[in-house]
Design a protein around this ligand. Structure first.
Ligand SMILES: [Fe+2]
Ligand SMILES: [Fe+2]
Length: 236
């Protein structure tokens, strides 16, 4: 299976001009999140020669603005799509999605999007902004699991616990926004060092992981902390 980073927004200059969010493409047919700026999303899709007509499924991790900006273009242009959100997704946004005539799937529990691609179901996490609800993507190929997170508001450990509990196996690779940017250095260290207990051998920190978090991943996952830039494709 291939996963492409369409847009990330985590580099210093991107943050400076408020270019923020994340978006992935799994093989040709699954979009996972749609960045926080529709113009940037569109431009990256064009530049990377992505054919969105092949997309069948759009999975949205959670309803924060930096994950949904490119969605409306996609829904307006392509028919027959299935959109996957969590039950606690903003009701007004759900209504707006349905207005495009697409199938809206609200997944409280893990479900299969298509062969080898699953959601974790809705997980929740307490944050400074209150409780946030989110789902992650799980890819299973050659018997190995990769977990892809949007922001990881429910916390990495809880996401990994849920994935391992449901699939009954370790998670080999963890990729995405890890939301360590607001954590104390001690907590970041503990989180990073706990991950091998879940089987994690490869990490790809992106988006809201934060500079300190990325540093800690590099230090602890020597040689197995991978850096993806926009347009990069990873075989999982
Ligand atoms: Fe978020
Ligand atoms: Fe985010």
């Amino acid at each position: 299976m291939r996963i492409r980073l369409i847009a990330d927004g985590s580099s210093k200059w991107q943050r400076m001009i408020r270019r923020w969010g994340i978006a992935f493409l799994v093989d040709d047919d699954i979009l996972f999140d749609t960045f926080g700026d529709a113009r940037v999303f569109r431009a990256n899709v064009r530049r990377q020669r992505i054919d969105l007509a092949k997309v069948r499924h759009v999975v949205i991790s959670h309803d924060d603005w930096d994950h949904i900006a490119g969605l409306w273009d996609v829904l307006g242009q392509y028919k027959g799509l299935k959109v996957y959100v969590v039950p606690h997704f903003d009701p007004a946004l759900k209504k707006r999605i349905r207005s495009f005539g697409v199938t809206l799937v609200e997944a409280p529990a893990p479900l299969m999007v298509r062969e080898g691609v699953f959601t974790t179901g809705e997980l929740s996490g307490g944050t400074a902004r209150g409780i946030l609800y989110e789902q992650s993507l799980v890819l299973r190929d050659h018997g190995r699991l990769a977990v892809v997170t949007g922001c990881a508001h429910p916390k990495l450990v809880d996401i990994l616990t849920a994935a391992r509990g449901h699939f009954g196996q370790d998670v080999d690779m963890l990729m995405g926004g890890f939301h360590l940017k607001d954590m104390e250095p001690g907590e970041i260290k503990t989180t990073v060092r706990t991950l091998p207990r879940y089987g994690v051998r490869h990490v790809v920190p992106l988006h809201c992981t934060g500079a300190l978090g990325v540093q800690e991943f590099e230090r602890f996952f020597i040689g197995n902390c991978h850096h993806l830039r926009e347009g990069d494709v990873l075989e999982v």
